[in-house]
Unconditional design. Sequence first.
Length: 117
Amino acid sequence: MNKQRFIFRAASLALVLSASAAMPAWAVGDPGAPATVIAQASTTDMTDGEVRKVNKEGGTLTLKHGDIKNLDMPGMTMVFAVKDKAMLDKVRAGDKIKFKAVNDAGKFTVTEMQVVQ
């Protein structure tokens, strides 16, 4: 019985090692890589925009924006809801931003944004 357990454990270890060798470094726990992958994804997924109006009571932003690829939307000026009204305290009319937006059941919503210096 011990011999069978040893063979099973050795085969399991070999399977895990061969699978991890084929994976990218970030997938097997390289602590430096995930931040790089996340940073690349966040900057490439964001859209350039300019704040035209902030409506704190209504929880909306009017943005002049470039193409929003994930929404297949061309550049234009339009009103967006915001995920969290606290986001509105960080911007004012005229600010240049980078943002992410989603279509939340027909309501275009800004989920993330960064003021560009």
